[in-house]
Write a protein that binds this ligand. Structure first.
Ligand code: BGC
Length: 714
C-alpha cells in the first residue's frame, strides 16, 4: 500500500481529517489555542508511549493529532525501561569525519525509518552548533569547527530523516557552545562571527534541506535570551532564510518570558507546563500577546501534524537495516591518525588492553543516548572474525566489566535512561604486561571518553589522559617494543583529547570516536584492512588545550560565577579552529582534515573556472597505492588583501571519491557559489566580496596543499 493511501486511511481511522489551518483556527477557543502550542504534560502521556520525551496536545474535534517528539542525535532515544530498542549510530562528530553527504543522508534515512515505525513524528536532531572549544560537553552531538561542513552534513541528515515523512529538528539555534550554566549563560559574539560561523551552518541546512522544525537554544546572545529574539527567529531565520517550519523551544529548564518567546517566533513550548498555558491566556487577555502571534504558532503546529502524522497503526521497525548502516558509518567515519607500518594487521594473536576493548562507549550520554539492542565489543568482533586474543587479559577485563557494571547500575538508577558513567581504567601489573608481550604478537589499547549535556568536560583526567592511561600506554609500548612487537591505540572518543605528549609511543592510532552499536565490528574491519580508513578530522587536535583560541574564554575550571559562567566572551571572533591555527601559524597535534589511508593518492590536472555566479574547481584523483580506497578532499580558498581581515584559508567545498581500485582515477568537480566568497561586514550590515586574486588550495587537510591555483574576481 502506498504511503499516501496509508496516511489517508490512518487519518480517517482516527477521525483526523485534514482541514485548512485557517478554518481550524476560526473554530478554536483561546484556551484550545494556548494548549495547542504547549507540550502535553508527561502525566497525560498514553501508556503506549515508549519513553519518548514529548508530545503535543490532540484536538480530535479539529483533526489535530497528538504528535510525538523524541531525541536524538545518534538515533532514536526510547526509554531503557521499555522493551523497544533502536539503532545507535555513530555520533555526529564521528559522521562529520566521513565528509560524506550521501552516507549521512543514509544514516538520517535509517534513523527516520525507525522513528516512523515507533510512531515518532519529529526526531529532535541533529545538533548543529559549532565546535568552538574542545571541552564543550555536547561536542559529540555537533559536527565540526567549520560551518560549511556542519551545514552540508546537517542538511544531508535532515533530508534522510524527512524522506520518511518524519520531521527533523535542527538544534540548538544558536551559540549553545557550552553546557556550564547553559540556561542562563550570555554569549557575547560579534555580528561577523555570528553570521560567518554560528549561524552559517543553520543557514546552509535551512536553505538546502528545509527542516520541518528547529529548536531554539536555552542561552542568551549579546544580552537577550535567544528564544526571545525576534531578530534571530523571525527576521533572520524566517524572513531572510525562508524557514517555513515550526520553531520549538529547548526543554525550558529555566522560566522564560512566554509572551516574548511567542512574539519572537517560537511556535511550540516544550516540554510544556500549565503555567505556560496560563501565561498565554492571560497575555492575550491583557494585550501583552498579539492574537496573530498565537494564531501563527497554532497554525505551525497544525501544519506539522499534516506533514508528519501517519496514524498509530504502524509496524515496529526492523532494526537490521539500521545495524548495517551503523557499521558502514562507523567504518567511514574512523580517522587513522598514525600508522607506522603496523596496520592493516598481518595476523597473529592480539593482546587487547584497556577496559574499552571490552566495554566500548557506543554513544554519549544525555539526550543523545540510545538504548540499542546490543553493542558489538572489540573483543567480541575479534572472536567472530576468528582472530585469536590473549585469554588471560580477556578473562581479567570481562570479569572486571561484568562486576563493576553491575555495581554502577545498582547505584546509578537515576541516570540509567541517559547512560551510565564509564568504568575507570584498570591498573595492570608489569608482570601481566610482560607475560602478554611474551605470548601475543601485537597489542591494541583502547582509550575511551564519554560526555553529555548539562556539563562540560574537565581538563584533568578527561582532556588529558589519566595517570593510569598514561602508564598503560607507556608500559605496554615499552614492553612490546622491547620484544620487537607493535602496539596500536584505538581512540573511542566523545571529544578532542590531548595527544601530543604520547602520540609517538604507539605504532598506530585509530580514532573511531563514539562509533555506535557496531563499533567493535568496525574497529576489527579497520584494523584488519577489511575496511580502508577514509575519515578525516572535522576538528583540530591542538598541541595543548591552552592553544585553543577560546581556551581562556571557556569554563574549563568551572568557576561558580562571573566570567564564562554568567557570560562568555567569544573574543577569538571568527578565528575558531583551523581558521586560527592556520592564520597564526600555530603548531597543532593533528590539523583539521587530517587522516591517513592504507593506500595513497595522486592529484593532477587542476582546472579552475570562475564565472560571475560560481567557481568550478576540477582535478583528477588517482589511487597510486596497492589497495582500494576512497579519498576525502577539501578545497580551501584565501581572499585577496585589502578587504576585511580574513583567515588565511577557509574550506569552501569538499568531496569524497568513490572507492578507487589501485591505478584507478576519478575526475572530481566541485563548485563554490560566488556568494560563499563573501564576508559579513559588521558596519555595513551586509555580505561583501573583496575584488582581486583568490588563492585555491586542494588538500586533504587544512595545512597541506597538494595542488594550488588561483582565480580572479573583479
Ligand atoms: C536538550 C535537547 C533535547 C531535549 C529533549 C534538552 O535538555 O538540550 O537537545 O532535545 O532536552 O530531550
Amino acid at each position: 500500500m502506498s504511503k499516501r493511501i496509508l496516511l489517508i486511511l490512518c487519518l480517517c481511522g482516527l477521525g483526523v481529517l485534514p482541514l485548512k489551518a485557517q478554518n481550524t483556527l476560526d473554530q478554536m477557543s483561546l484556551e484550545e489555542k494556548a494548549q495547542c502550542v504547549v507540550g502535553l504534560k508527561r502525566e497525560l502521556f498514553p501508556p503506549t508511549n515508549k519513553g519518548v520525551c514529548a508530545r503535543t496536545v490532540a484536538f480530535p474535534a479539529y483533526g489535530i493529532p497528538s504528535l510525538t517528539l523524541a531525541d536524538g542525535s545518534s538515533g532514536l532515544r526510547l526509554s531503557r525501561r521499555e522493551s523497544a530498542r533502536a539503532t545507535a549510530f555513530p555520533s555526529n562528530m564521528a559522521i562529520a569525519s566521513s565528509w560524506d553527504q550521501e552516507l549521512v543522508q543514509k544514516i538520517g534515512a535509517a534513523a527516520g525509518y525507525e522513528a516512523l515505525g515507533y510512531q515518532v513524528n519529529v526526531l529532535l536532531a541533529p545538533g548543529m552548533n559549532i565546535i568552538r572549544n574542545p571541552l564543550c560537553g555536547r561536542n559529540f552531538e555537533y559536527y565540526s569547527e567549520d560551518p560549511l561542513l556542519t551545514g552540508k552534513i546537517g542538511a544531508a541528515f535532515v533530508k534522510g530523516v524527512q524522506s520518511n515523512g518524519v520531521g527533523s529538528s535542527i538544534k540548538h539555534f544558536t551559540c549553545n557552545n557550552q553546557e556550564t550554566n547553559r540556561g542562563h549563560n550570555n554569549a557575547l559574539v560579534s555580528m561577523r562571527a555570528l553570521r560567518e560561523l554560528y549561524l552559517k551552518g543553520f543557514e546552509i541546512c535551512v536553505k538546502e534541506a528545509s527542516p520541518w522544525t528547529l529548536m531554539t537554544a536555552y542561552n542568551s546572545l549579546n544580552g537577550l535570551p535567544v528564544q526571545e529574539s525576534p531578530a534571530l527567529v523571525t527576521d533572520i531565520l524566517r524572513k531572510e532564510w525562508g524557514f517555513d517550519g515550526l520553531v520549538m523551544t529547548d526543554w525550558s529548564i529555566v522560566p522564560h518570558n512566554t509572551a516574548a518567546q511567542l512574539h519572537a517566533g517560537n511556535d511550540l513550548f516544550m516540554p510544556g507546563s500549565d503555567n505556560q498555558v496560563q501565561d498565554i491566556i492571560q497575555g492575550v487577555g491583557s494585550g501583552a500577546i498579539d492574537m496573530a502571534d498565537l494564531d501563527r504558532a497554532c497554525a505551525k503546529v497544525i501544519e506539522l501534524g499534516r506533514r508528519t502524522w501517519h496514524g498509530t497503526d504502524l509496524e515496529a521497525p526492523d532494526l537490521a537495516p539500521g545495524a548495517a548502516v551503523s557499521r558502514l558509518a562507523a567504518c567511514e567515519s574512523a580517522v587513522l591518525m598514525e600508522n607506522n607500518g603496523m596496520l592493516p594487521l598481518s595476523g597473529g594473536q592480539a593482546a587487547l588492553f584497556g577496559v574499552r576493548s571490552y566495554d566500548l562507549v557506543a554513544v554519549g550520554s544525555g539526550s543523545a543516548f540510545v538504548v540499542c539492542p546490543h553493542v558489538v565489543q572489540i573483543n567480541e568482533a575479534f572472536r567472530q572474525a576468528g582472530i585469536p586474543t590473549d585469554p588471560e587479559l580477556e578473562d581479567l577485563y570481562t570479569k572486571y566489566v561484568a562486576f563493576a557494571s553491575a555495581d554502577i547500575e545498582a547505584n546509578e538508577k537515576v541516570k540509567v535512561h541517559i547512560g551510565l558513567p564509564l568504568l575507570p581504567e584498570l591498573a595492570l601489573s608489569q608482570t601481566l604486561i610482560e607475560k602478554a608481550a611474551e605470548r601475543d604478537d601485537y597489542a591494541v589499547i583502547t582509550i575511551g571518553r564519554t560526555a553529555g549535556e548539562g556539563i562540560d568536560r574537565n581538563l584533568e583526567d578527561d582532556y588529558y589522559l589519566t595517570e593510569t592511561e598514561k602508564e598503560l600506554i607507556g608500559r605496554v609500548c615499552a614492553t612490546f617494543h622491547a620484544k620487537g612487537k607493535k602496539v596500536a591505540v584505538v581512540l573511542n572518543l566523545a571529544g578532542i583529547i590531548e595527544t601530543e605528549s604520547w602520540k609517538a609511543l604507539p605504532d598506530a592510532i585509530l580514532n573511531v570516536w563514539l562509533p555506535g552499536q557496531e563499533g567493535g565490528a568496525a574497529v576489527c574491519d579497520l584494523l584488519t584492512g577489511a575496511a580502508n580508513p577514509s575519515g578525516r578530522l572535522a576538528v583540530t587536535f591542538p598541541v595543548d588545550y591552552f592553544d585553543a583560541p577560546s581556551a581562556l574564554d571557556f569554563p574549563y575550571d568551572h568557576p561558580e560565577a562571573g566570567k564564562n559562567y554568567d557570560q562568555t566572551r567569544y573574543d577569538e571572533d571568527i578565528y575558531v579552529g583551523y581558521r586560527y591555527y592556520c592564520t597564526r601559524g600555530k603548531e597543532v597535534s593533528y590539523p583539521f582534515g587530517h587522516g591517513l589511508s592504507y593506500t595513497s593518492f595522486d592529484y593532477s590536472k587542476l582546472k579552475i573556472k570562475a564565472s560571475r555566479s560560481k567557481v568550478v574547481v576540477s582535478f583528477t584523483v588517482t589511487n597510486s597505492g596497492g589497495v582500494e580506497g576512497k579519498e576525502t578532499l577539501g578545497i580551501y580558498v584565501s581572499a585577496p588583501a585589502g578587504g576585511l581581515d580574513k583567515p588565511s584559508w577557509e574550506l569552501k567545498a569538499f568531496g569524497k571519491t568513490r572507492a578507487l581500485a589501485p591505478g584507478e582515477s576519478e575526475k572530481v568537480s566541485l563548485e563554490i557559489p560566488a556568494g560563499d566568497l563573501a564576508s559579513y561586514h559588521p558596519v555595513k550590515g551586509k555580505w561583501v566580496t573583496a575584488a582581486g586574486v583568490y588563492g585555491v588550495r586542494i588538500g586533504t587537510n587544512a595545512e597541506k596543499a597538494i595542488l594550488t591555483g588561483k582565480f580572479r574576481r573583479d
